[in-house]
Design a binder for this molecule. Sequence first.
Ligand SMILES: Nc1ncnc2c1ncn2[C@@H]1O[C@H](COP(=O)(O)OP(=O)(O)OP(=O)(O)O)[C@@H](O)[C@H]1O
Ligand SMILES: [Mg+2]
Length: 239
Amino acid sequence: MRRIAVASGKGGVGRTTLVANLGIALASLGKETIIIDGSLTTPDLAILFKLEKSVYTLNDALVGDVTLADVMYPGPKRVKIVPAGVTLEQIRKARPERLAELMRQVPEKTDFVLIDVPSGLRRETVSAMRAGREVLLVATPEMTSISDAMKTRLITEFLGLTPIGVVLNRVRREEFELTRDEIRTIMNVPVLAEIPEDEKVKQALKRGKPLLELSPNSPAAKAIKQLAKKLLKVRGRAR
Ligand SMILES: Nc1ncnc2c1ncn2[C@@H]1O[C@H](COP(=O)(O)OP(=O)(O)OP(=O)(O)O)[C@@H](O)[C@H]1O
Ligand SMILES: [Mg+2]
């Protein structure tokens, strides 16, 4: 089983979109995949999958009111989604520091667990990262985004986790963007994918459907599917 924390440092770079669609892509390849919203104070995964009305959420499992299995909801291609609660009341009772311990309840047969790590360098961020064993970094090809991702990379090492690479999102190949080679040199990790800026991502959000379902042949969807195949090959840290 591989547990991958998907972290960015900077917010708004497309982490949740990636977690959702990469989860579907891995599930399409026949892998038992669970995606978890580790952003307990700024939850978005539930909204992407229209699960915001779920009676029980990750927050309830973290305090032991229910089990992890009780809050694994079926999604497209049999991906399992663990949404965090979106109401203020649920957010108030969030216990991110228990996330790593909850991983013991992940079923044995699981191939991949993807955790959406909240942005920044808050305690909640670190708690969500600790639920993973490997870290996949997400950034846009700009200096500010790369600089924030670098801080996350340092925390990755501090926590003894394995950085597997960086995914560049919203790539437009403009002259002012940092290149793939520059980013690889600065960050000292492989660039596993370049996901283009793609208006279909926003259309999917508006239509309330994941990109891979609505526009599976769009440039961003294709890049995410390729990334899923690559993840099967990169040397990870299985338990
Ligand atoms: N490849 C892309 N092309 C175009 N738009 C994109 C792409 N990826 C993400 N977006 C858009 O960028 C916005 C932010 O995406 P998302 O919510 O996934 O980011 P995030 O990193 O999870 O943000 P937050 O830090 O707020 O949780 C959304 O409007 C999303 O539709
Ligand atoms: Mg998000």
